[in-house]
Design a protein around this ligand. Structure first.
Ligand code: ZN
Length: 138
């Protein structure tokens, strides 16, 4: 018991020295896409970071962007290369729309969701926070 107390005190002590990030980390803010246009190609330089943040497979997000922007998209390492010229704004708008439709829970608004395949090849957005299961239309 005494050891536990000491340990918890130690933790308290440790946490009190960490920068206060609790509020920040609870806000869900998708990183802004770092877009570079070269010639007729548009590269999203931080594509992997965005996908990791919203917890979606790069292939899934890439497929969505490719469909929305009507151009082929190739995932290269950490970047996504779109075969067309797009402004940072139009790329970011598409990402925001994707997040709204396929990441945020329609019920509670939390981003802690997973896409699960159900029978009859329906896709369902499953929320870890509130347990909602809502058919996905993306
Ligand atoms: Zn929810």
């Amino acid at each position: 018991m005494e050891e536990q107390l000491t340990y918890s005190k130690l933790l308290d002590n440790l946490y009190s020295h960490l920068p206060k990030r609790t509020v920040r980390s609870e806000r869900f803010e998708v990183p802004f896409a770092d877009v570079l246009v070269v010639g007729t190609k548009t590269t999203i330089k931080n594509f992997d970071t965005i996908c990791a943040y919203i917890r979606r497979q790069p292939a899934e997000v890439s497929k969505y962007l490719s469909k929305e922007l009507a151009v082929p998209a190739v995932f290269e390492g950490v970047r996504l290369v779109l075969q067309g010229k797009f402004s940072a704004r139009s790329v970011n708008d598409r990402i925001q729309t994707y997040v709204k439709n396929a990441v945020l829970c329609k019920q509670c608004g939390k981003p802690d969701t997973n896409i699960v395949e159900s029978e009859r090849s329906f896709r369902i957005l499953e929320c870890e926070a509130c347990g909602a299961r809502i058919p996905l239309r993306v």
